[in-house]
Write a protein that binds this ligand. Structure first.
Ligand SMILES: *Cc1c(COP(=O)(O)O)cnc(C)c1O
Length: 370
């Protein structure tokens, strides 16, 4: 019988995720599967929680990986924190802000949105004005908007929330592990991420972190969390305490992978990792510039790990991506929504963010564009 996996070719992943997986993480994934209530495994879970606290820069005790991709982290935050009728403000400048709006509406929240042009950042003055008009239970923002390459001013929005009662919810799927994510310093109440962006693990888990105020809101709910699988009031009993009650079977080997990825991050050092992302980003921008290719996003709020580059005039963008993939084994991403056909999205996430990868891509692009 023919096994299709035998023919699988390695691809240099330079799109919007998944990113390249380092060899130690592949090794971790193939360790023996043990029981999800085995004391050895509980020990690994406890270490994952403390490593996550380190990477997320938080002391929040409720800091755990959810079973599911980044979107399950988003859904965990919203489904646990929103009760029907809650006033929610969502700041939108790309696909993922839109996704939060969709989710919040499905949960029966009274949703207001402030929308900003794709490729530009959320403007704090406009948020300030809106916050002056109305009290919100939750204010949500995407830190690194992967659809556009924009870094939103999370810290400034946090300052605007100051003494207000609103819970601050941040999508850190693409930012975590690539640029500083200061959960406690920025007074973030609910934060979620994913494993396949800058954490350099395959997709499948969604780290989340909740502040004491967020946990209080969950405990004070008048209605049950409307999603059984993501109900933190039950999941906490598996991740915390002495009893460790079964909720659902933890994805054991994926958690080994996350453990190793977080271990790698802490061993390299967060600052070194952030510098590596910035250095490779700068190298990419300058190499592209020498090919006459310009960036979409203003340098003041450009993300290092997701580079939105303007497709040169007259170029068949799909052909270029196809040729990069087929002939050079490199994947880059297409534009989404209003930016479809206008940009490519070049990822420098986690293990992908290395100079040799920038060189390999720019070399290939040069030939393909000729
Ligand atoms: C990738 C991404 C998500 C969704 O994560 P999935 O793993 O695709 O479910 C959410 N938000 C942002 C900013 C992302 O980049």
């Amino acid at each position: 019988m023919n096994n299709q996996l035998d023919a699988l070719e390695e691809i240099l992943l330079m799109g919007p995720g998944p990113s390249c997986v380092p060899p130690q993480v592949y090794t971790a994934l193939s360790k023996p599967t043990i029981g999800h209530l085995d004391p050895q495994f509980i020990g690994i879970m406890d270490k994952i929680k403390s490593l996550l606290q380190g990477v997320m820069q938080t002391k929040n005790t409720l800091t755990i990986p959810m079973s599911g991709t980044g979107s399950s982290g988003m859904e965990t935050c919203l489904v646990n924190l929103i009760e029907p009728g809650d006033k929610v403000l969502i700041l939108i400048n790309g696909v993922f802000g839109k996704r939060m709006e969709d989710l919040a509406r499905r949960l029966g929240a009274q949703v207001d949105t402030l929308e900003f042009e794709w490729g530009t950042c959320v403007i704090p003055e406009q948020v300030k004005e809106q916050l002056g008009k109305k009290e919100y239970a939750i204010v949500a923002i995407v830190h690194a908007e992967t659809s556009t390459g924009v870094c939103n001013p999370v810290e400034e929005i946090s300052e605007l929330l100051g003494e207000k009662e609103s819970l601050f919810l941040v999508d850190a799927v693409t930012s975590l592990g690539g640029i500083p994510v200061k959960t406690d310093e920025w007074k973030v109440d609910a934060m979620f991420s994913g494993t396949q962006k800058c954490l350099s693990c395959p997709p499948g888990l969604a780290p989340v972190s909740f502040s004491a105020a967020a946990v209080d809101k969950i405990k004070a709910r008048k209605t049950k969390v409307p999603n059984w699988y993501l109900d933190l009031t039950m999941i906490i009993n598996y991740w915390e305490g002495s009893q460790r009650a079964y909720h659902h079977t933890a994805p054991i080997n994926m958690l080994y992978g996350l453990y190793q990825a977080l271990y790698n991050l802490m061993a390299e050092g967060l600052e070194t990792v952030f510098d590596r992302h910035l250095d490779t980003h700068r190298a990419l921008v300058s190499s592209l510039d020498s090919l006459g290719i310009k960036m979409l996003v203003d340098p003041d709020y450009r993300l290092p790990m997701l580079n939105a580059v303007i497709i040169p005039e007259g170029v068949d963008e799909a052909r270029v991506r196809k040729q990069l993939l087929n002939e050079y084994k490199i994947e880059i991403g297409a534009g989404l929504g209003p930016l479809a056909g206008k940009i490519w999205r070049i990822g420098l996430m986690g293990h992908t963010a290395r100079i040799e990868n920038v060189e390999r891509l720019t070399c290939a692009l040069k030939k393909v564009l000729k």
